[in-house]
Structures are given as C-alpha cells and as structure tokens.
Design a protein around this ligand. Structure first.
Ligand code: HEC
Length: 132
C-alpha cells in the first residue's frame, strides 16, 4: 500500500492542475470561432476587384450595376442587418453564393475566383464596413 502513495501524490496535483487549466483550454478553443474571418486590409483588394460593381465603392449597395438588379445588392454598411449575419453565414454566402443560402442567385459564388483565405479576408472587410 505504501508503494502506491508516491504515485498518488504526484498524480493528484497533476490532475488538479489539469482540471484547473481546462477552462483556459476551452477558452483558447472557443477563440478561433470568433475570428473565423481573415485580414480586412487584404480583403479590401478583392472587394474592389469583385464586389464594388454591385455593392458600391464603400459597400452601400449602390454600385453601377445595382440599378439593373432586383433584389438590390445588400447595403453592407447596414449594421442592423449585417450584425444578424454571423461569420459562418457571411463566409458561406460569399463562397457559395446567394442561391446556396436561399437568397438571390445574382449574388454569385466566389469560391472559384477567390481562395479560402481570400474569402475570409474579404469577409473581414465586409464586416468592417458595418462597424458602428
Ligand atoms: C452581380 C452583382 C453582385 C456582385 C458582383 C456581388 N454581389 Fe453580393 N449581393 C448581390 C445581391 C443582389 C445581393 C442580395 C441578395 C439577396 O438579398 O437576396 C447580395 C448580397 C450580399 C451579401 C449579403 C448576404 C446576406 O446574408 O443577406 C453579402 C455579404 C455580399 N453580397 C457580399 C459580396 C461580396 C464580398 C462580393 C465580392 C466578392 C459580392 N457580394 C459581389 C449582388 C452582388
């Protein structure tokens, strides 16, 4: 019985330490979900290249092509609306297009023009347009 004691003395503090650290580990795991989006500055480049024609230079939904479109391109500055679109939904509509999320197919799927990283970057830029 005595021979087991030292092991127990070592194992117990270890287990307690792990138990104490686990909330930290969970917090660290939870973080990436909040930062699913990429680099907004990089994203602005793709936005100017692919999105302004419809969404406008500053995302107001007033690009030159907007007059011809029904429904209109989303006003990406509309915080009231955009704050309800979570990051996963934002990434999905950009990558897979409006039709994939029950919206207008005029909002194209961009995953063939943009890499996954570029989709994350442009999504971060879109997000920055509606920051209050
Ligand atoms: C051909 C025009 C056109 C282009 C180009 C375009 N969009 Fe759109 N986009 C639309 C239209 C139209 C809607 C509105 C869809 C609806 O409300 O049914 C929309 C909606 C959106 C939405 C809102 C989705 C939602 O949840 O309501 C986002 C975000 C978006 N576009 C991002 C982008 C990004 C980023 C690009 C460039 C990579 C882009 N769009 C390029 C036409 C366009």
């Amino acid at each position: 019985m005595n021979t087991r004691m030292p092991l127990f003395r070592i194992a117990m503090p270890l287990l307690l330490t792990l138990a104490a650290l686990s909330p930290l580990a969970n917090a660290a795991k939870a973080k990436p979900a909040k930062s699913m989006l990429g680099n907004a500055a990089q994203g602005s480049v793709s936005f100017k290249q692919y999105c302004t024609g419809c969404h406008g230079d500053t995302g107001g939904g007033d690009g030159p092509a907007a007059v011809a479109l029904t429904p209109k391109p989303r006003n990406l500055q509309d915080f009231g609306y955009m704050s309800k679109v979570d990051d996963a939904a934002l990434l999905k509509v950009i990558a897979e297009g409006g039709a994939a999320v029950g919206k207008s197919p005029l909002m194209a799927a961009w995953k063939s023009s943009l890499s996954e990283a570029q989709v994350k970057d442009v999504a971060a830029y879109v997000r920055s347009l509606s920051k209050k």
